[in-house]
Design a protein around this ligand. Structure first.
Ligand code: GLP
Length: 241
């Protein structure tokens, strides 16, 4: 896994946005794997700016969310669907038919997860997968213990994840479960960008970079990915030698 370290989080975000923009320029019908979370805010903000300035066309881009909480109101502002609409889909000319999120509003969510994997198979998998990392090493919502060959499925959230994300919730309790793409799903992507910024990520980044591949640290599976770039700022990289 190649690593790039920027002086600031803002520079890391701009670089990442540039990579997404270049991906869409070179392949207008790209399949993008889109993550959520605080780290992504600045990336999407920059991407929207670049896209508007350079008149990029997202009408043929297919976007696949990495995860979605289960049990929220269908129109909840706390869902990852709402996040992606706010920061990305409604800012650019994505077509509704090209926005994919595991459908957690139906009764048979297991089937929705299978359908999601089938759709990814049908489109030929993700060209560029964006990922953040949790302080416990999760990617998507693949918590510690997730198998390297896991696929899109219902997952339970750890207390660490609930504690870290609950402050983002308005008027609803953070759910106990979510649907998340699997580690195996991520490894099928053609290119992957893992982004971590800020000092709170420095410990997990040190363990990721210096440790072995282990299901105890789900992001470590990315070391098996053929084309994965780890994008850091100085704060998240501060414990690296
Ligand atoms: C969340 C999301 C992940 C995200 C990670 C880091 O739980 N489900 O997709 O990458 O945790 O989030 P943040 O960027 O807010 O630290």
């Amino acid at each position: 896994m190649e690593t790039k370290i920027f002086d600031t989080a803002a520079e890391a975000a701009l670089f990442t946005a540039r990579m997404i923009a270049d991906q869409v320029k070179s392949k207008p019908n790209s399949n993008l794997g889109v993550a959520t979370g605080r780290t992504m805010d600045a990336i999407y903000h920059n991407l929207v700016k670049i896209a508007k300035t350079e008149k990029l066309d997202f009408s043929e881009v297919k976007a696949f969310a990495v995860d979605e909480y289960i049990g929220l109101n269908p129109d909840s502002p706390n869902s990852y669907k709402a996040y992606l609409e706010l920061h990305l889909f409604n800012q650019l000319n994505f077509q509704a038919k090209n926005q994919f999120i595991p459908n957690v509003q139906i009764e048979d969510i297991d089937q929705a997860c299978i359908d999601y994997e089938n759709k990814l198979d049908e489109v030929g998998h993700i060209d560029l997968q964006l990922l953040g990392i949790g302080t416990n090493g999760h990617i998507g919502l693949n918590e510690p213990g997730s198998a390297i060959d896991s696929r899109t499925r219902i997952v339970g959230l750890t207390s660490a994840t609930k504690n870290s994300n609950k402050s983002l919730f308005v008027d609803e309790k953070i759910p106990e479960t979510a649907a998340s793409i699997g580690i195996g799903t991520v490894l099928d992507s053609k290119k992957c960008l893992l982004i971590a910024t800020g000092e709170t990520k420095s410990e997990i980044i040190q363990r990721l970079v210096n440790g072995d591949v282990s299901s105890k640290l789900p992001a470590s599976a990315l070391k098996h990915h053929k084309n994965c770039l780890l994008i850091l700022d100085k704060a998240s990289a501060k414990l690296l030698q």
